[in-house]
Design a binder for this molecule. Structure first.
Ligand SMILES: [Zn+2]
Length: 289
């Protein structure tokens, strides 16, 4: 049976966390060969589909004459299957050796896209979805053994066991799911087609792995003299209501559905009355929101 579109993974063992660390913001990709069209297709697919996911890691493509170091090295091949190393195992390869092979021959456009997405998914650290422990798929080893070795079946088809880091449910529409012919299993009535697009589940999983935490503005600590701009709730607790409000000008800022009031005038350490500058007010709003 034709398996040209399927991928193999060199990476072991499964239990390692192969996610790139949060300090790694870019994965530099170098092409080791390929036509302009092949390279352009890979760039377009990866930029449109992976580089638009709100996560803190992005693929960048090195120019052919660039001498910069690379994380991923892609070779195009006309024979054999496509494959990719998984996540940080890419680092274990020699700097001039391919970490991914793409065989886009004889594929329709959508199949090419599917192969690129699948292999770059591995490069980000994604595993095969049909190996999710909750897939419910019962593989027919006898059938698979006609073509593959036991070790290969174990690494490419059989469930990878419980992974506490992986909390998302099994996703039948993942681009990391093989096409599964019903004969390859003992319990499928209908074959599962190959998925050539990133599913919502794929994106959710990547975001869980590489979530871009909301960047907090880097606000310097407020100057000592602004300490008098204490924040008071607009509605004080019952016991405090009888206390007459000081007649100092105030402004309010909304935060978490509540309004907070703060003084716009204060007395500095030398006893001088000062007005809160617009900049200090802005600072206050930044800190609160
Ligand atoms: Zn694969």
């Amino acid at each position: 049976m034709a398996r040209d579109n399927k991928s193999t993974d060199k990476a072991f063992p499964w239990k390692q966390d192969q996610r790139w660390p949060s300090s790694q913001r870019h994965l530099a990709v170098r092409f080791l060969n390929g036509t302009t069209e092949q390279k352009q297709l890979v760039k377009t697919v990866v930029k449109e589909d992976y580089n638009t996911i709100p996560m803190h890691i992005r693929f960048t493509f090195l120019r052919s004459h660039s001498t910069s170091g690379s994380d991923i090295r892609v070779k195009f091949t006309n024979s054999g299957r496509s494959w990719s190393l998984t996540g940080t195992t890419n680092r274990e390869e020699e700097p001039h050796v391919a970490t991914m092979a793409l065989n886009l021959n004889g594929e329709k456009e959508e199949g090419k896209v599917g192969t690129i997405l699948h292999e770059f998914g591995h490069a980000l650290g994604l595993r095969h979805e049909h190996q999710h422990p909750d897939s419910g798929l019962v593989f027919n080893r006898r059938f698979l053994r006609q073509e593959w070795t036991d070790e290969y079946i174990q690494s490419q088809w059989l469930p990878y066991g419980i992974d506490k880091r992986r909390t998302e449910p099994y996703d039948r529409y993942s681009v990391m799911h093989y096409q599964i012919d019903k004969e390859e299993t003992k319990n499928l009535r209908k074959s599962i087609k190959r998925n050539n697009c990133l599913s919502a589940g794929d994106k959710a999983r990547l975001m869980a792995m590489y979530l871009e935490k909301e960047a907090k503005p880097k606000v310097p600590a407020p100057p000592q003299t602004t300490r008098a701009t204490t924040i008071k709730k607009t509605r004080p607790p019952l016991g405090e209501r009888s206390i007459p409000k000081k007649s100092i000008p105030t402004a309010t800022v909304k935060y978490g559905g509540r309004e907070y009031e703060y003084a716009t005038e204060y007395t500095d350490r030398k006893g001088r009355k000062k007005k809160v500058t617009p900049f200090q007010q802005k600072l206050m709003q930044w800190i609160l929101t």
